[in-house]
Write a protein that binds this ligand. Sequence first.
Ligand SMILES: [Zn+2]
Length: 76
Amino acid sequence: MVYERSCVVKKFLLFLFIFLTMALRVNAEPVVYNTNTQKVHKTHCQHAKKCTVNCIKIERQDAYKRGGKPCKVCGG
Ligand SMILES: [Zn+2]
């Protein structure tokens, strides 16, 4: 009984670890930030590909720290 419970806790911690790792990875993923409109795009977004003048590639968390707004097409 005790063994089973610790096994469940271990599985839960492993799940939590994987979840947090993935969450951090999403935050650190580079995005295309339009410094003019302040829109944040995923790198594969059609608008990001069109945007060549005002756009910079930075980390997602930095883009939102600068006041970035998520793109309505790709979700930012
Ligand atoms: Zn977009």
